[in-house]
Design a binder for this molecule. Structure first.
Ligand SMILES: Nc1ncnc2c1ncn2[C@@H]1O[C@H](COP(=O)(O)OP(=O)(O)O)[C@@H](O)[C@H]1O
Ligand SMILES: CC(=O)N[C@@H](CCC(=O)OP(=O)(O)O)C(=O)O
Length: 262
């Protein structure tokens, strides 16, 4: 298959995948099969929030979130960076290798993005912006490698930043014009009765956030998905890595999980 003819998909995988045995392996096996059989290639962007929680707690730090984003004081950065760009990235690499992929672990810098502070009150929480000529994603994909990108960012000033992995994935997908799928630990966004929601538009999202039905990490995810859907001008799906077959169905154009509508 000519790599240039392949469609690129950015798959965001929540860090909790590392807590479930075989889950990452099964997901990567699906990516491997699909990239061999079909006109698809993948950039995987991963989180690791649960691991960061554990490392910070073990180090005796308290951690707090604001609207789903972890407030990241400078002194906590070695633990946050170590957990995300180190431990989570390399554990996922090992699963990807066993699954038959040839992954290349990177942070956002090698992927072509510079980071900057998002909001002073959040400490080293960052946003990322594409920098022309910096990124290696196209080259890696052309070599048949699978980029496995952590959401650690580095600024032009050399500062290290903690970037929410959903936001990083959306930025990458928008920059390279790829399809975007969020694989998380729930099958769909749930309503107040804990029933899965088939689709959500901007108005419904605002309402559910106001009613505190959508909170925490899911608040960031739906807001980011909406923003990405509006930018990409197509629906963005939120589904679960607990069922890798969901990804196959999604990539074949079927409706699985929650579709966030532009
Ligand atoms: N309305 C909702 N529907 C589903 N999950 C929700 C909702 N509101 C909050 N959540 C929480 O959001 C979590 C997923 O967000 P997050 O932990 O950030 O996932 P990830 O690590 O995959 O990015 C779910 O496990 C659930 O606990
Ligand atoms: C700023 C911010 O909130 N950063 C996130 C980065 C990891 C992440 O997003 O992990 P999941 O995808 O597993 O939730 C954090 O520190 O938890």
């Amino acid at each position: 298959m000519n790599e240039l003819a392949k469609k690129t998909w950015v798959i965001k995988v929540g860090g909790a995948v590392l807590n479930t045995e075989q889950a990452a392996l099964s997901l990567f096996q699906v990516l491997c099969e699909l990239s061999q059989e079909q006109d698809k290639q993948f950039v995987v962007v991963h989180g690791g929030g649960a691991l960061v929680d554990r490392w910070l707690e073990d180090a005796g730090f308290a951690t707090a979130k604001h609207q789903g984003l972890r407030i990241s004081p400078k002194e906590q950065l070695p633990y946050i960076v170590g957990a995300l760009a180190g431990c989570a990235n390399k554990q996922l690499m090992s699963q990807a290798i066993v699954a038959g992929l040839q992954p290349v672990g990177t942070c956002l810098y090698e992927a072509g993005f510079l980071a900057k502070q998002k909001l002073k009150a959040l400490g080293q929480v960052g946003t990322c912006v594409a920098k022309e000529g910096l990124g290696l994603l196209d080259s890696l994909l052309a070599l048949g490698r699978t980029p496995l990108v952590s959401s650690v960012g580095i600024g032009q000033d050399g500062g290290l930043y903690n970037i929410n992995a959903d936001e990083a994935a959306a930025e990458i997908a928008q920059t390279i014009g790829a399809e975007l799928v969020f694989m998380t630990d729930v099958e769909a966004v749930l309503d107040a009765q804990k029933q899965p929601l088939h689709s959500l538009n901007a108005e419904q999202i605002n309402e559910l956030i106001q009613q505190k039905v959508i909170v925490g990490g899911m608040e960031v995810k739906v807001k980011t998905s909406l923003h990405a859907a509006q930018h990409l001008r197509r629906g963005v799906y939120i589904s679960s890595w607990q069922k890798p077959e969901n990804l196959i169905a999604l990539l074949q154009g079927e409706h699985v999980g929650t579709q966030i509508l532009p």
